[in-house]
Design a protein around this ligand. Structure first.
Ligand code: SAH
Ligand code: F3S
Length: 478
């Protein structure tokens, strides 16, 4: 069964670097998992571009193969292991190629990777990418190389990411790294370390640069963006130790949104991911205040049951979550929400499951990402709780949740019909090359016939006349 209802990121896409400083070596870089990993790959590409690496989309031509990996669920790790095993023959034919593992699996498995996966030469955690040039020298000398040191400060603020694989219209801008929330099911705090925020000035510079280069939309990224807090550097948990001056001049997420919206009025602004526990009303007021901040929030809840939320250490109740959604809808009446759900967490009863379904109906999410619980080694849930829901029960409940989200999505998409929407043209429809595809402010995908004079990156008024479960069908308003 497909776990994800809508697949947002293309898994395992290889990218090409635009510029060619040439050292004769070719890099094949593949990213798995969350948007953050895709954004990190742009940093890695930038660091290696400086070293003269050019990229290739063909693994057979590569001198260096890097996989930026994900540990969030067991399946994500299996995908990477399978991919690695495909490189075995290649390595037999070309023993000089270097194969490296980056990202969360590198951090989680550390030296185990070098021992278990014999063909891996290089293991680099998410905070150690600046060390890649040195590590590559070690591999050139025939040694395995590893750096999985997590940092309390690293934000790669000064590195200008090489924009990879996109259409030149939308881009990611990382604003925080790591996570301090310690949801009991989640491996991220262990693989990405302590939460820290990036200097707002470097964020704004990056956004301005993107605007100058004709980008039209940015997504501010972090594991937990609404927890953003800049006070001059260092981990968020040390904020209490900051000086009075630092505290007075600190910038929170709502303030950052305000600054970015004013600095780049020509850009649409989105952000992801938010944690309901850290979300403040101020953020919704900022969405209402600025036309260029999109009316859409991805607000993962994971479960509709208070009992399960507590076991997950989500630090909010069902009632608090629903109150937040209600408030948001008052402040921004046409706001849209999407969710993440974990189905079959330790001890989940049929009653808990029913609570999840009822919460979904109450919120009426536009869409969602739904997953069967996957126990991750080393997490608090693994240490203290039993993964006791049988696989078939998880799958049945997951199917019910996915089916309900399908109904809700169809209903939400239908609510957009009969109205004019501002659609940013992001690409050509996969099904019909005579049609554009783009999204409205609420993040709903819309396809419509191309018209003369329209081009990628234009924002056009589209009348929506129909819908499928996940897509709006429209035509340009003349
Ligand atoms: N920071 C986000 C979540 C990041 S992880 C938040 O606040 O919720 C992305 C999603 O992966 C999570 O929302 C969760 O739904 C899913 N996920 C994380 N750990 C998981 C696990 N052990 N099993 C199944 N799904 C998991
Ligand atoms: Fe994971 Fe919870 Fe942080 S889901 S990324 S520990 S907010």
């Amino acid at each position: 069964m497909q776990e994800k209802y809508i697949d947002e990121t293309k898994q395992g896409e290889a990218f090409a670097i635009a510029e060619k400083p040439e050292n004769g070596k070719k890099l094949f870089l593949e990213s798995y998992g969350c948007q953050m990993n895709f954004s990190d790959s742009e940093i890695v590409a930038s660091i290696l571009n400086e070293q003269g690496y050019n990229t290739t989309l063909h693994v057979e031509e590569a001198d260096l193969i890097l996989l930026n990996t994900c540990s969030i669920r067991e399946k994500a790790e299996q995908t990477v292991r399978m991919r690695l095993s495909q490189f075995k023959n290649l390595k037999k034919e070309k023993p000089n190629i270097t194969v490296g593992v980056l990202g969360c699996m590198a951090e989680r498995l550390k030296t185990k990777f070098l021992e278990e996966e014999q063909l891996v030469d290089l293991v680099v955690g998410p905070d150690a990418y600046r060390d890649l040039p040195n590590l590559l020298k070690e591999t050139e000398d025939g040694r395995d190389a590893i750096n999985v040191i997590l940092s309390k400060e690293e934000t790669y603020a000064d590195i200008n990411p090489v924009r990879l694989g996109g259409s030149g219209v939308t881009a990611y801008v990382t604003i925080t790294r790591g996570c301090d929330n310690m949801c009991t099911f989640c491996v991220v705090p262990f693989t990405r370390g302590r939460e820290r925020s990036r200097d707002p000035h470097s964020i704004i510079e990056e956004c301005k640069e993107l605007a100058k280069n004709n980008y039209k939309e940015i997504t501010l990224l972090g594991q937990n963006v609404d927890s953003y807090l800049w006070y001059g550097g260092g981990p968020k948990k040390d904020f209490e130790k900051a000086t009075e001056m630092q505290k007075l001049t600190a910038v929170n997420f709502a303030q950052l949104l305000d600054m970015v919206a004013v600095a780049v009025p020509e850009l649409r602004i989105r952000f992801s991911t938010s944690n309901p526990h850290d979300m403040t009303e101020d953020v919704f007021h900022m969405i209402a205040k600025h036309d260029n901040i999109c009316n859409y929030v991805h607000l993962p809840v994971q479960s509709g049951s208070n009992r399960i939320l507590e076991k997950m250490n989500r630090q909010h109740t069902r009632e608090e979550y629903l109150a937040l959604i209600k408030k948001a809808k008052e402040i921004v009446p046409d706001i849209a929400f999407s969710q993440d759900m974990i189905i079959g967490f330790c001890g989940e009863t049929e009653e808990d499951h029913a609570q999840t379904l009822s919460l979904m109906k109450e919120v009426e999410y536009d869409y969602g990402y739904m997953f069967a619980y996957s126990e991750r080694p080393g997490t608090p849930a693994h240490k203290k709780m039993e993964d006791d829901i049988p696989a078939d029960v998880k799958q049945r409940r997951l199917a019910e949740v996915i089916a309900l989200q399908g109904e809700l999505s169809r209903k939400r998409m239908a609510s957009y019909v009969g109205k004019v929407h501002e659609i940013l043209i992001e690409g050509i429809s996969k099904k019909n090359k005579n049609q554009w595809k783009g999204r409205n402010s609420q993040n709903a995908v819309c396809v419509f016939d191309k018209m003369e004079g329209q081009k990628l990156g234009d924002i056009v008024s589209v009348f929506v006349h129909g819908n499928t479960q996940g897509t709006l069908l429209g035509e340009t308003v003349l």
